[in-house]
Structure formats: structure tokens, C-alpha cells
Design a protein around this ligand. Structure first.
Ligand SMILES: *Cc1c(COP(=O)(O)O)cnc(C)c1O
Length: 393
């Protein structure tokens, strides 16, 4: 089985570039150059050096002793929460800003929902001295105020998208419109393994540093490169893609993605795309999405703003379709329980998104000799208000 993108930009039946005529030049330029840039000596040097000295990589692979005792197995946490800016998102924004510079672009745009990708983009723009414009739905600007303030302090211009539901989907539409109007000097940094080819492949490659490190870290700590299973939460699917990447061909490594079920998969307040979705086109690629019978996108809901997305990257649609990966879900209530469990058993406050990956531990069979790696995609600082509200401290 082949799990990599083909020459036309497809993973099986999913992927492609369903873009308006006016975006074709931008995408063609990127498609023609991205592999050559990523494989160049200069690029690799700078990317590796920034990941090490700026982001703080390698991120630790931590054996969670008390959690392992509780679940009577061996559980490791890949600590993406310890990265600069608090999540895996920075791996991708560092990679893409270097691509933008090689393409000679001077103006960067991005879309953001919860603000984590906007923050990681504003950060690398400050680092490189490039102009940064972040599109964000007006509703999100309101409810993610701390991240908006950080982006502004970093020098980014945050523009409220006031169309539609005024959330991520609308911010994405505005960013695409901007790119069409400014094709020469502008580069669009997409924050997950979504969007038109070549973005899903490029973002997966930047995030693949996660599983690249896991291999030698496991070899060093337990004497073998392969765990028995890897678990990661899935919004668009970039942290999961990075954690799975170097194990895609190792069929004896079980891969599990966890979606946000919100209030439950049998309610209208959910974001469990693979569980509930059907094939269709969203944000320029064919994948699985949550839609009504007549093709209207369903509004997603999750306690975690980072997983509140009605689509999923085409790689994951393909991994699901072929059976290579399994997709489970966790509800808001289950996620709050596991976030508190990790906090009080290991002294690590996880992001709400990452707590979804932890929340399936009680639902799967773990054998005593097995090794499970959970990708801890981010830290919980940004979610303190939600935690405090629910736990009442
Ligand atoms: C954005 C985000 C996610 C979801 O995005 P993916 O592309 O699915 O990884 C997960 N965890 C954290 C901490 C995030 O910030």
C-alpha cells in the first residue's frame, strides 16, 4: 500500500487542488518549487538549526510512569507541548517561512481559528522581519483575546472576518481572497495538512520531525524503533500526520487518530469528521467532511477550538479508507477527565486538543508488554479559563 501523495497530488481518491482559476499561478509556483527547496542544503541547514536552537528540539520522549502503572502498560508522551509557542504548530511555520523566503516573498498571510497557528505564524514573521497579516473570524477574535493580543504584540495585523459564521471557515475564505489579489509578493502559510496540493504533503513533511525523533528516542530508551501503537488527536490532522509519518509503512505499528466528539456523536454539537462525514470538497481538496445531504457544510462544535473543524486532511481520509489508521473519538466530558488525570498523575497540564488523545486510553486494550506513544501536541496554558470554569478552582 502506498500512503504518500502521488504526482497529481492525491492520496488514493483524496486530495488534489480544487482552486479558483485566479489562484492557479500561486499554487503552480509552490508546487514546482517546494521539493527542490526542501531538499536544498541551505534550507535543511537553516531548518534543522532553527528547530534545535529556536524551537528547542528534539522534544523529549517521556516515559509516563504513573500513567503506565494505572493502565498496566508502557505509555510514553512525545512532548510537543514543550516547543516554543506551546505546540507542534511552530515546526510547520518555521518550514513554510523558509520556503516563502526562498520564493522571494515579503508579505505573509495566514488564517487562524483558536489562534495557535496565527501565533506561530506571527512568531516566525517577527523572527524573519516579514510583514504578517492574520485573518481570524470576528467571533474567534472575541473569544480568543489573549492570542490576539500576543499576535499584535509580535507585530502582526489581525483582521476580523465578518462574513458567514465569523469563524475559521470564513477566515480561510478571506485569506484565499487576499492571496488571489496579491499573488506576487505574498505567501500563504496554511496551518494543517489541509488545503490544495502541495500543502498537505509539505506540512506533513515539516511535522514528520516528530516521528523521526521518536524512532531514535525509542531505540535509545527501549531498544527498538517501533512502538506498538501511536495515538494523536486530529483536527486538520497535522500533529497526527507528523507522529505517524515514519511509521506509515510499518504495518505492525497501530495508528490511532482521535477526533473531537463534542457533546457526543449522536448530537448536533460535534466535530467527529471521519465518524460522521462523507466525501466532498472543502478548502480546495477532496476529503471527508461533515455535510448535510445537499452538501451544506455542518457547523462543527468542540470544547477545544483547535479541533473545531468540519474537515480533515486528505492523508487521513486515505488512511481511514484503507484501514491503515483507526479513528476514535472522545467527548468534551471524557477530555476534561483525562486532562485532570494527566495533570495530577504526571504534573503536566495538556492542551484540550491533546487531552483527546489521552481520553481513549480507557477505551482500548493495552497489554502489559506493549509500548504506546501519545503525541502531546500542546500545553494547557491557553485553556486555563476553560479548565478553571469546569473544575472550579
Ligand atoms: C491546532 C492544534 C491541534 C489540531 O491541529 P492538527 O493539525 O490536527 O494537529 C492539536 N493540538 C494543538 C495543541 C493545536 O494547537
Amino acid at each position: 500500500m502506498d500512503y504518500q501523495v502521488n504526482r497529481k497530488g492525491y492520496y488514493g481518491e483524496f486530495g488534489g487542488a480544487y482552486i479558483p482559476e485566479m489562484m492557479v499561478p500561486n499554487i503552480e509556483e509552490l508546487e514546482a518549487r517546494y521539493m527542490e527547496i526542501m531538499h536544498s542544503y541551505d534550507f535543511k541547514q537553516e531548518f534543522v538549526s532553527l528547530l534545535k536552537n529556536y524551537v528547542g528540539r528534539p522534544s523529549p520522549l517521556y516515559f509516563a510512569k504513573r500513567l503506565s502503572e494505572k493502565y498496566q502498560s508502557n505509555i510514553f508522551l512525545k512532548r510537543e507541548d514543550l516547543n516554543h509557542t506551546g505546540s507542534h504548530k511552530i515546526n510547520n511555520t518555521i518550514g513554510q517561512i523558509l520556503v516563502a523566503k526562498k520564493l522571494g516573498k515579503t508579505r505573509i498571510i495566514a488564517e487562524t481559528g483558536a489562534g495557535q497557528h496565527g501565533l506561530a505564524t506571527a512568531t516566525v514573521c517577527a523572527l524573519m522581519g516579514l510583514k504578517c497579516i492574520v485573518y481570524m473570524g470576528a467571533v474567534d477574535v472575541e473569544r480568543q483575546a489573549p492570542n490576539v493580543k500576543k499576535m499584535r504584540m509580535l507585530g502582526a495585523e489581525v483582521i476580523s472576518a465578518v462574513s458567514g459564521n465569523q469563524t475559521l471557515k470564513d477566515a480561510t475564505n478571506e485569506a484565499m481572497r487576499d492571496w488571489i489579489n496579491n499573488p506576487v509578493d505574498t505567501y500563504y502559510i496554511i496551518g494543517s495538512v489541509v488545503g490544495p496540493h502541495p500543502y498537505p504533503d509539505m506540512v506533513a513533511r515539516f511535522q514528520s520531525v516528530i516521528s523521526e525523533e521518536m524512532r531514535w528516542q525509542l531505540e535509545e530508551q527501549v531498544g527498538r524503533e517501533n512502538p506498538d501503537r501511536i495515538i494523536a488527536c486530529v483536527g486538520g490532522g497535522s500533529n497526527a500526520a507528523g507522529a505517524f509519518y515514519h511509521y506509515l509503512d510499518q504495518e505492525n505499528v497501530e495508528l490511532i487518530g482521535v477526533e473531537a466528539a463534542g457533546k457526543g456523536v449522536d448530537t448536533n454539537e460535534t466535530a467527529a469528521t471521519i465518524t460522521l462525514g462523507t466525501p466532498g470538497v472543502l478548502h480546495s481538496s477532496r476529503s471527508i467532511l461533515m455535510q448535510t445531504d445537499d452538501g451544506q457544510i455542518t457547523e462543527p462544535y468542540s470544547i477545544s477550538a483547535g479541533l473545531d473543524y468540519p474537515g480533515i486532511g486528505p492523508l487521513h481520509a486515505h488512511l481511514f479508507k484503507t484501514g491503515r489508521a483507526k479513528y476514535l473519538w472522545a467527548t468534551d466530558a471524557e477530555v476534561l477527565d483525562s486532562a485532570l488525570e494527566l495533570t495530577q498523575m504526571e504534573g503536566i497540564i495538556p492542551a484540550l486538543e491533546s487531552a483527546h488523545a489521552l481520553a481513549v486510553l480507557p477505551k482500548i486494550k493495552l497489554r502489559p508488554e506493549e509500548i504506546t506513544v501519545i503525541n502531546l501536541s500542546g500545553r494547557g496554558d491557553k485553556d486555563m479559563e476553560t479548565y478553571l470554569k469546569h473544575f472550579g478552582y
